[in-house]
Write a protein that binds this ligand. Structure first.
Ligand SMILES: Nc1nc2c(ncn2[C@@H]2O[C@H](COP(=O)(O)OP(=O)(O)OP(=O)(O)O)[C@@H](O)[C@H]2O)c(=O)[nH]1
Ligand SMILES: [Mg+2]
Length: 451
């Protein structure tokens, strides 16, 4: 048993998740998962929708009934006698493609299959077959639309899936390759449905003609870039499956013979086939035609692959185109694949953006604060300046007043002041002279020494 773990590193040197294979020592139990799936599938059953397209009388109805070994599709569209519609009423002009669907519940070994067959009688029967593919394309797309509408409902527990899983396109066994109507049809439909080309009524060609016709059809398909459904193998397939897939793919386009009648072989046994004067063509004989390979691919080996391809590739691309056309925009974060490195980078980016925003905001706040402080300082400077001016003016005025007073005083009291000054000078003349004052001081000191 092998386990695949995905390591997630936070470091920058890791490129995405690396798968590390480990061996388990004991039994865990999840190897039982396919059995659980199997039980669930049996309980629910399968839905499979097949569409058959091709000119009248190419054996579409017969082939469907041959595939399921029952009259899945009533022969009513043949007028009940099994003759082709166009052949039965050649004078009645075809009234366009008449798309009808029949469903049948088929049970085999306890497995339920809800098979729906969509028949398209009338395709290619008109004289002018331009755009004969359009009603069929519209039918396929309307089934996608119905599924899309159900998906968008609030309650999705009971989704009915009527999407076409396989389209069997019946090619007329002309021996000359594809006709214009075939090419136009396949090119218009190949992006919406799993195309399975079929060479109808292969018993009307010799084995050599069948091989040559197949080569011509394949060359035309490749030349026109038409995509058809092909079984492909992958690494999980065992060698037997790979060989089977290769064998089935080698038979495309399937040259088939259909018959809903039993015919008697030379040995007296009865088989499903067609009887000719020269012998019997057996439907289920791989040497006679490719019916078995077709049935195997459709109902035994590739049913799920056809369903999966319809769901994951064809429907998905239709859905995307439709939603984009309706103006929906894809939210990149929803469906993006998870990558630890990408997430780390995203987080770093968000963080850096946040830091940058914070820094810008802080710088703006700082600038604003500085501006406010500057304004305040300027204002107080102006106030100081004006106060200084006022004070200066006041002092100037005081000085002026004093000067005036002094002048007035000097004028009015000058003689008295002069006399007083003279008297004062007479009384203390010796004291006014510093040399005399120092001598007196000295004299006093000497006097004090004796006492
Ligand atoms: N030779 C031959 N005849 C076939 C084959 N398959 C069907 N037929 C016959 O062809 C006739 C028409 O077959 P249908 O299955 O009704 O053809 P269809 O394609 O369903 O025709 P519409 O329903 O009219 O579109 C019937 O008589 C069939 O028996 C075949 O592989 N080979
Ligand atoms: Mg029919």
């Amino acid at each position: 048993m092998r386990v695949c773990t995905t390591k997630h590193h936070d470091g920058a040197g890791v490129s995405g998740g690396a798968g590390v294979a480990k061996k388990l020592n004991g039994y865990v139990g999840f190897s039982n998962y396919p059995n659980q799936q199997h039980r669930r599938s049996i309980k629910r059953g399968f839905n499979f929708t097949m569409m058959v397209v091709g000119e009248s009388g190419l054996g579409k109805t017969t082939l469907i009934n041959t595939l399921f070994e029952s009259k899945v599709y009533p022969a009513a569209d043949n007028g009940g006698d099994g003759s082709p519609r166009g052949a039965a009423s050649p004078v009645v002009p075809p009234a366009g493609v008449d798309i009808t669907s029949v469903s049948a519940d088929i049970v085999e070994s306890g497995v339920k299959l809800r098979l729906s067959v969509v028949d398209t009688p009338g395709f290619g029967d008109a004289i002018n077959n331009d755009e004969a593919w359009r009603p069929i394309l519209e039918n396929i797309e309307s089934r996608f639309d119905a599924y899309l509408a159900q998906e968008n409902r609030v309650n999705r527990s009971k989704i009915v899936d009527n999407r076409v899983n396989a389209l069997l396109y019946f090619i007329k066994p002309t021996g000359h390759g594809l006709r214009a109507v075939d090419i136009e049809f396949m090119k218009s439909l190949h992006s919406r449905v799993n195309l399975i080309p079929i060479i109808a009524r292969a018993d009307t060609l010799t084995p050599r003609e069948v091989e040559q016709f197949k080569a011509k059809v394949l060359a035309d398909i490749n030349y026109h870039g038409i995509q058809i459904f092909k079984p492909v193998s992958d690494q999980f397939d065992d060698p037997e499956t790979v060989a089977d897939n290769r064998a089935i793919a080698a038979k495309i386009p399937f040259a088939v013979v259909g018959s809903d009648r039993l015919v008697e072989r030379a040995d007296g046994t009865k088989v499903r086939g067609r009887s000719y004067p020269w012998g019997v063509i057996e439907v289920e004989n791989e040497d006679h035609n490719d019916f078995v390979a077709l049935r195997q691919m459709l109902l035994r080996t590739h049913t799920e692959e056809l369903r999966d391809e319809t769901d994951v590739a064809l429907y998905e691309s239709y859905r995307t185109q439709k939603l984009l056309a309706l103006g929906h925009v894809q939210d990149g974060t929803v469906f993006r694949e998870f990558s630890p490195r990408a997430r780390q980078e995203e987080e770093d980016r968000v963080h850096a953006a946040k830091m940058h925003k914070l820094e810008t905001e802080m710088a703006a706040v700082f600038k604003q604060k500085v501006q406010e402080k500057e304004d305040k300082l300027k204002k107080s400077e102006e106030e100081l300046h004006s106060r200084h001016k006022q004070m200066k003016a006041m002092l100037e005025k005081q000085r002026h007043d004093l000067d005036e007073k002094k002048a007035r005083f000097a004028q009015s009291d000058a003689p008295a002041v002069a006399a007083a000054a003279a008297a004062a000078a007479a009384a203390g003349a010796s004291y006014t002279d510093p040399a005399q004052r120092a001598a007196l001081k000295d004299k006093d000191k000497k006097k004090n020494r004796f006492f």
